[in-house]
Design a protein around this ligand. Structure first.
Ligand SMILES: Cc1cc2nc3c(=O)[nH]c(=O)nc-3n(C[C@H](O)[C@H](O)[C@H](O)COP(=O)(O)OP(=O)(O)OC[C@H]3O[C@@H](n4cnc5c(N)ncnc54)[C@H](O)[C@@H]3O)c2cc1C
Length: 537
C-alpha cells in the first residue's frame, strides 16, 4: 500500500498557553499547523478551572507572553495576580489578535496517535473518529489537565450539586445559604474556602494533608505601575528570559545561617508580606537543601498559623507534619487560615476520621454523617503524565507510551522520549519547576528550532538518542535524591493510587535546560538521530 502524505506539518494538541505559543511559532516558521483541543474553548488550565477563587500565583505580567511588545503594551492586567476570567480573556485576545483561531479545532479530543514508520508521519485519531496525518506531533497537553477524583464509594448517589474544581461549569454555582463540603486543601481548595465564605451557610473543609499556605498578597495594578511595566518591558523580558525560576523576583545569594537569628527573622517577616512565590524564590538559597534552614522557616509559618487561628486544636491540625516547605506545591492565598475563626467553618482531619462514603445527602466519615447541598472536589490532578498516558500514543513497533513509561517517565529535556520519533511534549513531565510559561516557552522555542534544523537539512525523522535521554533522566532522579525536604504528593505521583513514584519536575531547573539545549545546538544536534525516509508528500 502506498504511504499516505501528511495532511499537515505540525499537529499541536492542547489550546493552553503552551500549545497556543507552539501554534504561533510553528506557523511563523512557515509550517502548516493544526491544533486539536478537547475542550470547547481556548485557555487550557484557564478554560477548565472556573472554580470560585481560581487565580495565578505567578505575577500576571510574568505569566503572559513576551514575544510581542505590542501585545504586552495593549493588554493591561488588572491585578498583580489575575483571576481565571481575566486570564481566559487574555488568551482569547491573543488567539484573535494573531489570527490563530482558524487553525484550532475545539471539542476534538485526541484518542489515538500512532507512528507510521513507512511515511514517517503520525496518524492521529480524534473522538469523533476523524483522522489526521502529521509529520510532527506536539502534545502541549499540560501537566495539570487530568483531574483526579478519589474512588469514594457512593459518589454517584449524592443528590446535591458536586463538581471537581478543574471541571467547574461555566454557569456560576450559587453558594448562597448552602451547606458546602470542600474536599482537599491544596492550591485549589484553599482558594475556594475564603472566596465562598460570605455566601455559604456553612463550609466543612476535609483535609488529608495540611499545607504550608502563605499569603499571596495580591492587589490591583496602579496606573503608575502600568506605566512602569510598559517602560520597563525590555528589561523585564531580559530578566524573565534568563531567570532560573522564570520569575522576576530578586534572588537571595545568602545561605540561611550566614545571617544572625534577628536578621533571619526580619527576612521571614519581609517574605511573609511579599507577593506570591517570593517566599520560595527570594528565600535563603539553601532553603530546599538545608533541613535546618527549611525547618526554621516552617517553624516561622507554624507560629503565624497559631497566631491567626484562635482555636489551638484547629491551628495544630492546620500545621503540616509530613513535609517541609517546598516538599509539596505550596499554596499562596490570603484569608484561608483566618476563615477557621468564622463559626461557619469547620475542619475535618481525614487522617483522624477518614471518609467512609458519600451518601445521598452528604458525607460519612468514621465520625458520622454531615449533610451538604454542594460538594467541591478539590482533589487535584494526575500530574505530569496524566494527559499523555490517556492519548493512545504508540511509537516504533507499536510500543505504547504507557508501556515505555510503566516505571515512570524517561525524557530528554522533558520534551522527548526515545522510540517515539517526531513527537514532542513541551510542558510535560521533567519539563518545568517554576513559572510555567517561561519554561514551556523555552521548550516551544527548542521544538521549533529543531523542526527547522531537520527540515533545512532534509531530515524526516528526529529521534532522541538513548544516551541523551538517559543523561537527562539521571539528572532529574539525582536532583530528586539530593533534596532533603521530603517530597510528597503530585510531584512524585503519590496522590494517585498505583502510580509509580518518580519525580516529575525538572530538578535541574532552567539552568540545566539552558545548558543542555545550548550544547545540543553547539554540537550540531548530535543528541538526536536524524534520518531521511522516502516520504510521499
Ligand atoms: C488552578 C491552577 C492555577 C495555576 N496557577 C499557575 C501559576 O500561577 N503559575 C504557573 O506557572 N502555573 C500555574 N498553574 C499550572 C498551569 O497548568 C500552567 O501554568 C499552564 O497553564 C500550563 O499550560 P499548558 O498549555 O502547558 O497546559 P494546559 O493549560 O493544561 O492545557 C492543556 C490543554 O490540552 C488539552 N488536552 C489534554 N489532553 C488532550 C487530548 N488528548 N486531546 C485534545 N486536547 C487535550 C486540555 O484540554 C487542555 O486544554 C496553575 C494550574 C492550575 C490548575
Amino acid at each position: 500500500m502506498e504511504p499516505s502524505p501528511a495532511d499537515v506539518d505540525v499537529l499541536v494538541v492542547g489550546a493552553g498557553i503552551t500549545g497556543l505559543y507552539q501554534l504561533y511559532r510553528a506557523r511563523e516558521a512557515g509550517f502548516t499547523v493544526v491544533l486539536l483541543e478537547a475542550g470547547g474553548g481556548v485557555g487550557g488550565t484557564w478554560y477548565w478551572n472556573r472554580y470560585p477563587g481560581a487565580r495565578f500565583d505567578s505575577e500576571s505580567y510574568t505569566y503572559g507572553y513576551l514575544f510581542s511588545k505590542e501585545l504586552f503594551d495593549e493588554w493591561e492586567w488588572q491585578e498583580h495576580f489575575a483571576g481565571q476570567p481575566e486570564t481566559e480573556r487574555y488568551l482569547n485576545h491573543v488567539v484573535d489578535r494573531f489570527d490563530l483561531r482558524r487553525h484550532i479545532r475545539f471539542d476534538a479530543p485526541v484518542t489515538a496517535a500512532v507512528w507510521d514508520e513507512t511515511s514517517a508521519t503520525w496518524v492521529v485519531t480524534t473522538g469523533d473518529g476523524g483522522e489526521i496525518r502529521a509529520r510532527f506531533l506536539v502534545a502541549a497537553t499540560g501537566v495539570l489537565s487530568v483531574p483526579y477524583l478519589p474512588d469514594v464509594p457512593g459518589r454517584e448517589d449524592f443528590r446535591g450539586t458536586q463538581h471537581h474544581t478543574a471541571r467547574w461549569p461555566a454557569e456560576p454555582v450559587d453558594f448562597t445559604g448552602k451547606r458546602v463540603a470542600v474536599i482537599g486543601t491544596s492550591s485549589s481548595g484553599v482558594q475556594v474556602v475564603p472566596t465562598i465564605l460570605d455566601d455559604v451557610e456553612h463550609v466543612t473543609v476535609y483535609q488529608r494533608t495540611a499545607n504550608w499556605c502563605t499569603p499571596l498578597n495580591n492587589r490591583p495594578i496602579t496606573p503608575e505601575e502600568q506605566a512602569e511595566l510598559r517602560a520597563g518591558f525590555e528589561a523585564l523580558r531580559e530578566t524573565l528570559n534568563t531567570s532560573l525560576s522564570g520569575f522576576a523576583h530578586p534572588v537571595n545569594e545568602r545561605a540561611a545561617f550566614d545571617d544572625s537569628e534577628a536578621e533571619r527573622r526580619a527576612l521571614y517577616e519581609t517574605l511573609w508580606n511579599s507577593p506570591g512565590f517570593m517566599k520560595l524564590t527570594s528565600n535563603y538559597y539553601d532553603l530546599l537543601f538545608n533541613e535546618a534552614a527549611n525547618d526554621e522557616w516552617c517553624a516561622f509559618i507554624a507560629e503565624k498559623i497559631r497566631g491567626i487561628v484562635r482555636d489551638p486544636e484547629t491551628a495544630e491540625r492546620l500545621i503540616p507534619r509530613d513535609h517541609r516547605f517546598g516538599g509539596k506545591r505550596p499554596p499562596f492565598v490570603n484569608g484561608y487560615f483566618e476563615a477557621f475563626n468564622d463559626p461557619k467553618v469547620s475542619l475535618v482531619d481525614l487522617r483522624e476520621t477518614p471518609i467512609v462514603r458519600v451518601t445521598e445527602t452528604g458525607i460519612e466519615t468514621t465520625d458520622g454523617v454531615r449533610d451538604f447541598d454542594i460538594i467541591v472536589w478539590a482533589t487535584g490532578f494526575d500530574f505530569g503524565t496524566g494527559a499523555l498516558s490517556r492519548m493512545g500514543i504508540r511509537g516504533r513497533d507499536g510500543l505504547r507510551l504507557t508501556e515505555h513509561w510503566a516505571d515512570g517517565p524517561t525524557t530528554f529535556l522533558g520534551l522527548q522520549t526515545r522510540g517515539f520519533p517526531n513527537f514532542f511534549f513541551p510542558g510535560g513531565p521533567h519539563a518545568a519547576a517554576g513559572n510555567n510559561p517561561r519554561y514551556n516557552g523555552d521548550l516551544v522555542d527548542i521544538v521549533t528550532d529543531t523542526l527547522l534544523y531537520a527540515t533545512e537539512h532534509g531530515y524526516d525523522v528526529i529521534e532522541v538518542s538513548e544516551e541523551a535521554e538517559a543523561r537527562w533522566t539521571r539528572m532529574v532522579d539525582k536532583g530528586a535524591a539530593v533534596t532533603t525536604f521530603g517530597t510528597i504528593g503530585q510531584y512524585v505521583g503519590s496522590n494517585i493510587p498505583g502510580k509509580p513514584r518518580r519525580y516529575l519536575l525538572n530538578t535541574g531547573g532552567r539552568l540545566k535546560l539552558f545548558e543542555i539545549s545550548a550544547a545540543v545546538v553547539a554540537d550540531d544536534y548530535r543528541a538526536y538521530e536524524m534520518s531521511k525516509v522516502p516520504v510521499v508528500r
